[in-house]
Design a protein around this ligand. Sequence first.
Ligand code: ASP
Length: 323
Amino acid sequence: MSGFPTHLLSMDDLDVAAIGEVLRVADSFAEVGRRANPKVPTLRGRTVATLFFEDSTRTRMSFETAAKRMSADVLSFAPGSSSVNKGESLRDTVETVQAIGMDAVIIRHASSGVPAQVARWVDHCAVINAGDGCHQHPTQALLDVFTVRQVLGGGDDGLARFRGLRVTIVGDVRHSRVARSQVAAYAALGAEVTLVGPATLLPPSLEGWPVAAAGHDLDAVLATTEVLSLLRLQGERGSGTFVPSLREYTASFGLTARRAARLAPGTPILHPGPIVRGVEIAAEVADLPAARITDQVRNGVAVRMAVLFLLLGQGRHDGAARG
Ligand code: ASP
């Protein structure tokens, strides 16, 4: 096993070897997911808590399904019905959760940096960032890369296929933790990333963004794009005030059927969800075979099983899917 980190807080925690390891272990767990009884005893006796201080549909269900498929006990913390409502601090909540006896804490929070802070407070449990503010959402980037590798193939571990791969990320990059994690993942694998969006929703400076280009003309890059990754306008982070209107946003940056037809046949279209049909993606485009949104969700479970396996250190990946 490579030097897998103690916590998964950011894509920057993972080098190419570690990304490759996640993908290979996820291959085994994807196979488990296809079985009639998709359950393995790998994490029996381990306890995993999900602490979601911000809304989520797929990420929370995905992590909980991943942990349950590995036979872990899962505790689901809902701040709305917890002592947080009585004024308990995040630190006290985390210490309570740790004292109950968790092996991993999966945390989502509207403030950037919270998972890293929690990682400093705990001493014997792994922390996984399931999305913090505009900062990072590493398992989303890992499942995106897994999905792209599945679509494009490429022999051996499939990573060579990413070298020079032209990936276009479209939309509200500025407020997107997904974009930050994706860029780190694709750049680590040698892909050539182009950011496209309105000037107000691109990062004010590209310093620290390992991308090939950033621009405002989606139509100009469609023909050469090999992977198209769309982002949702992050209304909860104020992105609505950065565009004149949704209609104007869609006119310039929405993936309409006309734009989708200009992509090379088979170009994978990705979206982390939740999709807003008619804004960043037309309803009929979301249902095209090239739109891999459902595959992303399915692959998310296998990728999160791999992350839990590697963090909770049950052994080498060859044994991961045993049972
Ligand atoms: N589900 C992703 C996230 O939590 C993307 C989104 O919400 O737009 O960041």
